[in-house]
Design a binder for this molecule. Sequence first.
Ligand code: PHE
Length: 341
Amino acid sequence: MKEAMQRLREASIRAILESNDTEDLESLRVKYLGKKGELTAILRQMGKLSAEERPAMGQLANQLRSDIEESIERRCAELSEAMLAMKLEREAVDVTMPGREPQLGHKHPMYNVLDQIKDIFIGMGFEIVDGPEVELADYNFTKLNIDEGHPSREWTDTFYFTEDSRILLRTQTSPMQIHAMEAKELPIRMIAPGRVYRKDEVDATHSPMFHQIEGMVIDKGVTMADLKATLNLVVEKIYGKGTVTRFRPHHFPFTEPSCEMDIQCHKCGGKGCPTCKGEGWIEVLGAGMVHPKVLAGCGIDPDVYSGWAFGMGLERLAMGEYKITDLRLIFENDVRFLEQF
Ligand code: PHE
């Protein structure tokens, strides 16, 4: 029995010293000192000893138990110290290392143009308003004098949400004219920039989502002359003094009379070149005097008040200003493209 205890002492101490983590140590404790452990097995033999031998053996067994316990504890402390040291080393921070400079982005070129336009209009006392992209057909069409059956209401051109063609993605920012007239006190001077959606295939000049800026003034005695003067001023601020414009008659259901405004090509000065597709002029916006029916529909008396409105494409403006030849570049957001601005 004495020899058995001696063997257990040597084997257990060696195993404890060789163990490399605290979980191992716990299973060693069970193996040697547990209820079904090796020391218990030896102690079961006590019954075979004489009454004189028993106290000495008992003492020896107790000594062995506390020695094994102590070495487990010592090894446990060693291991956790080593683990802490390793962790500290791994997480060491070199405070003398030079920092990494964060790469700062910048505003998207199209938003530069938008901000420039907002500044111009704010300077003239206009208010910037925002409105829903998911719109009622009533606001996108009907209240703008675009009746049931008008080709622009076709399912092939417009993204509808409901079978009854009642809810849609706005195809133009013009519904903001109606929202403004219904909600605001007169007079009104506002611009409303935002996204619009049409079922167009993507190519160099088309995208199913693009941006427009709507503008509108409603007051007493407003005329077409105010519209022309205001838009000429805006164009001069964007494209430079002396930029030539022309207003061509056009048709929109919600303005009467209606027109489109062109600017003389800044590249060729009107002679005709690839930028203006040989035309000498570049179309920039649609505009006109707000239709009396539209005014009346919003509860504004057309005999007392009049107004003008315009809508222009923001991408096209940015493409002109930054000489961007493909619309897709504006939306792809490839940093190699964006970094150039
Ligand atoms: N909403 C028209 C379009 O998308 C533009 C427009 C706006 C025309 C305001 C006249 C007045 O083509």
